[in-house]
Design a protein around this ligand. Sequence first.
Ligand SMILES: [Zn+2]
Length: 200
Amino acid sequence: MMKPIVKYKKRGKQKAQFVIDGIDFIWANTIRRAIMTYVPSMAVERVRIYENTSPIYDEILVKRIGLVPLFTDLKTYNLPQECKCGGKGCARCQVTLILEKSGPGMVYSGDLKAQDPKIKPVYDKIPLVKLGKGQKVKMEMIAQLGLMSDHAKYQPALASYKQLTETKFEFFVESYNNLTPEEIIECAMDRLGTKFDTQI
Ligand SMILES: [Zn+2]
């Protein structure tokens, strides 16, 4: 299978529009799904709470933290299931983050501090919880790469298309993290190629 040729109409850091010629609607939908489901992204997977005297429950706070987009570095990090450690967890597939803050004041995504300074939140000002005077949160987290098939928080981008002619499709991709739409599409195509090679 030859890799389909992508012609860009708009190519931004976050959003891109491009046309793929020479495919049918089955391929168009496969590419759309590959962009959303085969490209890994970084998110908090496990949380150990030492202290949470904030007004919200542990579970809700953990869910909010899980949804914070983290810097995704596909060159340094492996998906745990594809890592040499066999998924046990090592420096190539896991990052530890710390959150410690006392009130009064708002806890923001930017307060998450990672052991690898590269793996910072993509947006600093996502509010997580408002602390009153004397209230405190203290927790340790493990972030890892994951796929949307594991959890929706790992979805790296939005992808949609419209059909222009029988073989021509116009796609729209919006990235949710630091990866550019171009990097996401390239990774999706690569992983799609690998999948097909291994299936045939
Ligand atoms: Zn590992």
